[in-house]
Design a protein around this ligand. Structure first.
Ligand code: 4AD
Ligand code: MG
Length: 446
């Protein structure tokens, strides 16, 4: 593999290790004295040199193109002083075999630029299978893989148990308007919006639990942070209070960032994608919703609500206002205590102010909300009332409600949108480039 650093590099009369390496041509430069290839194999980039002559005059060499897959044999050498190549080494090829040719349009496809942003994006997404071979897309995917692993590592260290809730469900979690409904052997069923309710049923016997699963939302608007199918990192913590939940959120986010930044390869990708990225320092800024409303109105000029008026208590802080706020404050924010009316049915109310919930959104600069969480209602009667308020039929929720009958507990949890987290770390304009094949309204291919 290209990433293998266990090879002696030749220099002067000293012979370097002879290697065999397989990969695809990423870049191609033909010069009088040699042909230079940059080879990729998913583990790195390797500069390869074919001295002009027999090696470069074959039909295979004359038809080299971006994407051509081949196996190369030769000696690894240090690059000459004053020249540059990945890891300062190059493969001096003495023999090769072409495995699969590639048409010469691959480069044109992956670099296609149109003046129309929409058209450009649409063609990039139609060709996502090829775009994924590019440096940016593959770096984002490497970071994403590292982040998923870092979450698993952090949860393991914190003694959380991983569980795998179902995707076919008959209960909504985050409101009826974004449900994907389907026919399940004749029964009305949905694709899950969140695994939260199922996680809550895990805590009595498993302790704190987490899952990394897909969630589905029929989002009927096209924004740069909404997908129809996204990866949801969710956790549920037992016998905690709201402060514990906020502390835990800071801790898990900090742990994950530390893990990925300690990995040289991953830190390198992040540096390329987002040179200004800095690990956030604890404690994060904490702000109550009501103070955020005052803050928005106090800006000069004020940041207005969706109707173009100053914000009042009870307004949703819409995406645009939220983004302005995070961009100005430019720090991670734990925004807490949202009004009951704008939050989900299961959220516990604050004792001191019954108009608000013990809820939290984590906001990041450049993206806005990346986490939504809360303490959950513990009391049976209160929950029954909440179903009524929301017009939810309690029947399908019997298994969730019964948690309150069979030994209830103060508990809470959260969900983190993995693509939004990646967009923040990798400074991506949209969550669409933070998944392998994005799904959103109007796109279900490739
Ligand atoms: O705020 P949300 O809707 O909260 C929940 O689903 C809770 N039940 C989670 C829990 O407590 N276990 O979603 C949580 C996060 C959001 O903050 C956002 O990052 C992400 O999920 N998210 C989306 N990401 C991409 N596309 C969408 N359509 C998303 N909807 C939510
Ligand atoms: Mg939310």
């Amino acid at each position: 593999k290209i990433g293998n650093k266990n090879v002696e590099l030749g220099e002067g009369d000293v012979k370097g290790t002879r290697v065999k390496v397989s990969g695809r041509i990423h870049r191609l430069r033909e010069q009088k004295q040699a042909t230079f290839l940059t080879l990729i194999d998913g583990y790195g980039h390797l500069q390869c040199v074919l001295a002009a002559g027999d090696l470069t005059k074959t039909y295979d060499a004359l038809t080299f193109a971006q994407g051509t897959s081949l196996t190369l044999y030769g000696e690894m050498r240090k690059v000459l002083a004053g020249q540059q190549a990945p890891d300062n080494r190059e493969l001096h090829v003495d023999y090769y075999k072409v495995i699969g040719r590639s048409p010469s349009d691959a480069e044109a496809i992956t670099n296609k630029v149109s003046k129309e942003q929409d058209q450009w994006e649409s063609s990039m997404l139609d060709n996502r299978h090829l775009v994924l071979r590019g440096d940016t897309a593959s770096s984002v995917m490497k970071v994403r893989s590292a982040v998923e692993w870092a979450f698993a590592k952090a949860y393991k260290e914190m003694q959380f148990t991983k569980i795998s809730p179902p995707a076919f469900v008959q209960t909504q979690v985050e409101g009826g308007s974004t449900l994907f409904e389907l026919d399940y052997y004749g029964e009305k069923t949905y694709l899950t919006q969140s695994s939260q309710l199922y996680l809550e049923t895990g805590i009595p016997s498993l302790g704190n639990v987490y899952c990394i699963e897909k969630s589905f939302r029929a989002e009927k608007s096209l924004t740069r942070r909404h997908l129809s199918e996204y990866t949801h990192v969710e956790a549920e913590l037992d016998f905690i209070d709201f402060e514990d939940l906020l502390d835990h959120l800071e801790e898990i986010i900090s742990k994950v960032i530390t893990t990925i930044m300690d990995d040289k390869e991953i830190a390198g990708y992040i540096k390329e994608l987002n040179p200004e990225f800095k690990a956030p320092t604890r404690p994060f800024k904490r702000m109550r919703y009501s103070d955020a409303i005052d803050w928005l109105n106090a800006q000069d000029p004020p940041i207005l609500n969706e109707e173009g008026n100053p914000h009042v208590f009870g307004d949703d802080i819409a995406e645009a206002a939220e983004r302005r706020m995070t961009d100005i404050i430019n720090l991670p924010i734990l925004l807490t205590h949202f009004p009951v009316e704008i939050k989900a049915f299961y959220m516990k109310k604050e004792d001191a102010d019954r108009r608000v919930t013990e809820s939290v959104d984590v906001l990041m600069p450049g993206v806005g909300e990346i986490v939504g969480g809360s303490m959950r209602m513990e009391e049976y009667d209160e929950l029954m009332e909440a179903y009524k308020r929301e017009g939810i039929s309690p029947k399908e929720y019997y298994w969730y409600t019964e948690q309150r009958k069979y030994g209830t507990s103060p508990h809470g949890g959260y969900g983190l949108g993995l693509e939004r987290f990646i967009a923040w770390i990798c400074k991506q304009h949209s969550v669409r480039t933070c998944c392998l094949y994005p799904r959103f309204m109007g796109r279900c291919k490739p």
